[in-house]
Design a protein around this ligand. Structure first.
Ligand SMILES: Nc1ncnc2c1ncn2[C@@H]1O[C@H](COP(=O)(O)OP(=O)(O)OP(=O)(O)O)[C@@H](O)[C@H]1O
Length: 789
């Protein structure tokens, strides 16, 4: 009930703010005047930017001249200056499409304090700022843009959208306006202002700026943004972030910030803007990097342009869950049953056994023969097995246990040699032992034995070994059932990796440990030999600096990790992602109703372990975590009400009792239902072609996973605006219009099929066609069984 009330009020406030814009026809002269006012400001900003660019260039030249002076101090100063000027130039030369996009006109604040960006800090208006006759004066006007610009007197010409002073631009609503009287979105291209869209936050107040009444013009920015045609890349929403979204974006990075919300509530957009915000707010802390984990390469490609458009590049890595392991890229899909086995936490046991069992592949030798102190020494199969078992007793990484195995072999051989009893003097005994070890371990037979008996394993060799069904059956005894063993082994015999294999590779990497690096022997220094230093000093280890460089190169850990579509991560994937943020703060974004994973409880447990959330008592029902900060997004910005209402019917089946987010707009265009007549190819093609004529942007055709290839052929030659997608590939994406083919087929494809269908039905921003086949049992109007009331 409370959630519903909160949701209604969020939608109302969005709608109110749109409605409160004065939509009466505004004379062109007013609009033109307002545009020219903003044009003047933009011109000032660009003049200032040019000055700064000249300044930076001057600094660079100056620095170059200093280089000729040549004293060490001057050189260091030159380097620092060149570095600073370079950063400056880089940012200023960055061509932002709509560099300046917003403005707020504010009442006087409660106190007269200014923040570091030069703007007054008070959120609430001063007493008497609105007079009894409901008139007021504008005390402060702030322009908001992608980066901040100060004038020569250090007054703000443009406030960075992430600065505290810009927050009211996003937070203010007619219900809770704070100091904001008018919020304006400015549309520009390059250096030219094209239009302005105003929303009045205090429509009851007559406000004056420099003696003139505040003008209001335009159609409201949010609706303008939502109605725009979609392309194959996501746009930033920086000009129209809504209050509930802004609270998530600016939430301080706690251990874990959970964000939930239905389809189209802006979760992905918010996650990306949050990454940019965190970097702005504490660049040093996040120099350790931010990782955004995305479900598919398609969603990575769709979203990766957003951060550069927000002025952030480099520090943020957006990676698909199937591309988290370097050098292994997922290209295959597993059947739902195979995926279920591979993703389950049970696999951990199987992998641990496999990693140990893989030592015995390739005809592992069963006897060790060496010659030492002039005697033949031998260890038999039983002794070797005993040594191996005792070394493998714990859970330490298998590759790192090799030195211990080597030591135990030498112990056993030494004992066999009987030399241990030769000296009672400890010093002499130690000397003898050391010369024995040196003798044996430099013997070719011993080295060859060690390589074959304790080979250095890689995750790939172990996974390849698991492709043998009999072997896997042994390693998975009492963990996987015979059907699962067969399916997993068969899937591993294919060429290439599936998204679930990547998590297994990563787990194996942790189980095996990095292969021991061959130690670099120090060059022998004659002086060392003379003084015996060689013996006293251990062989050279990596220096601090070498280590830092290597870690940066192989960055596998991040300062903040954002997980998008988190509801889909399997337990094994949570373990993989968790390893990348062992010391990180987290933002976890998802929607349980869209989960394609069949066992949310098991995944929630793995998630909490990965995120270091521990429970004193039991976990709340439904896989929800009770720890961390939680936010709910409640308004659907993507789907018009007509499409959202249809999708809600599937939600009711998939998750009875779950609330769907409220759509913020409606188009008056109801979803259309078509039935396959002769072949699905003809019907789907005709529907896609029909939609291409009706929308300006993209059309997505969503089919069951096993029809992807077929569907691509159906649509060949319809052009680039249309794409065919498997149901799981549609995650997170959106199109102007979609064709969803055979809801029943999508729903029957996996145990989570209804939730996958819910995803498919919520991808369109304008129009939706549902195509039914026989198995959908369509009624006379073509409405499939699953979508009837
Ligand atoms: N404040 C906003 N202003 C303009 N557009 C917005 C706003 N919030 C969201 N949108 C748009 O709504 C659409 C849906 O956003 P997004 O993809 O982030 O939603 P989502 O919650 O991740 O959806 P899903 O769970 O279905 O993947 C996008 O086109 C996004 O640009």
């Amino acid at each position: 009930m409370a959630a519903q009330a909160q949701q209604d009020s969020a939608v109302d406030s969005v709608r109110d703010s749109a409605a409160d814009s004065v939509r009466k026809s505004v004379p062109d002269s007013v609009r033109d005047r307002e545009i020219s006012v903003e044009q003047e400001h933009l011109d000032r900003v660009y003049r200032r930017l040019e000055e700064k660019i000249h300044e930076a260039e001057f600094l660079m030249n100056d620095a170059a001249q200093r280089g000729q002076v040549g004293t060490p101090g001057a050189l260091a100063e030159r380097d620092a200056q060149v570095f600073r000027a370079g950063i400056h130039l880089n940012r200023l030369n960055n061509e932002f499409e709509d560099f300046l996009f917003g403005r707020i006109d504010l009442l006087a604040g409660r106190d007269g304090k200014k923040g570091p960006d030069g703007a007054y800090t008070a959120v609430e208006p001063a007493e008497g700022a609105v007079r009894d006759d409901r008139t007021a004066d504008i005390a402060e006007t702030l322009h908001i843009g992608r980066i901040g610009v100060l004038d020569a007197e250090y007054s703000p010409l443009v406030i960075d959208w992430r600065a505290p002073a810009a927050a009211p631009f996003y937070r203010s609503t007619p219900a809770d306006p704070g100091r904001v009287v008018r919020r304006r979105v400015i549309r520009s291209k390059g250096r030219q202002v094209l239009g302005v869209e105003d929303d009045l936050m205090r429509p009851e107040v007559r406000a004056y700026l420099d003696g003139e009444e505040l003008a209001v013009t335009g159609d409201g920015a949010l609706m303008a943004a939502l109605g725009q045609a979609r392309t194959h890349t996501m746009r930033d929403i920086v000009a129209s972030i809504q209050a509930e979204q802004d609270r998530v974006i600016r939430a301080p990075a706690a251990s874990v910030t959970f964000v939930e919300g239905g389809p189209g509530t802006g979760k992905t957009a918010v996650a990306l803007h949050r990454a940019a915000y965190l970097l702005y707010q504490d660049r040093r802390r996040y120099s350790g990097g931010i990782l955004i984990v995305s479900p598919t390469p398609l969603l990575v490609a769709y979203t990766e342009g957003v951060l550069p458009s927000l002025g952030e590049e480099g520090q943020v890595a957006i990676r698909a869950i199937g591309s988290l392991v370097d050098g292994a890229e997922a290209t295959l899909y597993d059947s739902p049953a195979t995926a279920r086995a591979k993703g389950s936490a049970r696999m951990l046991k199987v992998l641990r056994k496999a990693a140990r069992g893989a030592l015995e592949l390739n005809d592992s030798p069963t006897r060790l023969r060496v010659v030492a102190f002039g005697r033949r020494l031998e260890l038999e199969a039983g002794e070797l097995a005993h040594i191996r078992d005792s070394v493998l007793g714990g859970t330490a990484p298998v590759n790192l246990l090799r030195p211990r195995a080597r030591r135990l072999l030498l112990d056993a051989l030494y004992e066999r040699s009987g030399a241990g009893t030769r000296h009672s003097d400890a010093e002499l005994a130690a000397e003898l032992r050391s010369s024995f070890d040196e003798d044996v371990s430099s013997e070719d037979a011993f080295l060859a034995f060690l390589d074959a008996w304790w080979p250095e394993l890689t995750p790939r060799t172990v996974l390849a070994a698991m492709a043998d069904e009999r072997r896997l059956g042994r390693w998975a005894r009492r963990v996987l059932n015979p059907g699962e063993v067969r399916r997993v082994a068969r899937s591993l015999r294919r060429e290439g990796w599936s998204v679930h294999d990547i998590a297994l590779l990563d787990e194996l990497h942790a189980i095996l440990g990095a292969p021991a690096r061959p130690r670099r022997r120090r060059e022998l220094d004659p002086l060392d030999q003379l003084t015996g230093l060689e013996e006293l000093m251990p062989q050279r280890e990596e220096t601090q600096r070498e280590r830092a460089e290597r870690l940066a190169q192989e960055r596998t850990e991040y300062a903040h990790v954002i997980v998008d579509e988190a509801q889909d991560l399997t337990p094994m994937q949570w373990r993989m992602v968790g390893r990348r943020g062992r010391h990180a703060t987290w933002t976890v974004v998802g929607d349980p109703a869209q989960s394609s994973w069949s066992d949310p409880e098991e995944a929630a447990e793995a998630r909490d372990e990965a995120l270091n959330l521990r429970y004193a008592g039991g976990r709340p029902a439904g896989g929800a975590s009770s720890r961390g900060r939680r936010f709910m997004l409640t308004v659907n910005y993507r789907n018009p009400a007509e499409i959202a209402d249809l999708a809600a019917k599937v939600l009711a089946l998939a998750m009875p009792g779950a609330e769907s987010p409220s759509a913020v707009r409606s188009t008056g265009v109801e979803p259309r239902f078509a039935v396959v007549r002769d072949s699905p190819a003809d019907t789907v093609r005709a529907e896609a072609a029909r939609l291409l004529e009706r929308v300006d942007g993209t059309v997505g055709v969503v089919v069951a996973m096993n029809r992807r290839e077929e569907a691509r052929r159906w649509l060949a030659d319809l052009g680039e605006r249309v794409v065919a997608l498997g149901s799981l590939e549609a995650k997170g994406l959106e199109y102007d219009a979609t064709v969803v083919v055979s809801p029943a087929e999508i729903a029957d494809e996996s145990p989570a099929g209804l939730r996958v269908l819910y995803v498919a039905l919520t991808r369109a921003t304008q129009q939706l066609t549902v195509v039914s086949a026989e198995r959908d049992v369509p009624d006379a109007a073509g409405v499939p069984d699953l979508l009837r009331d």
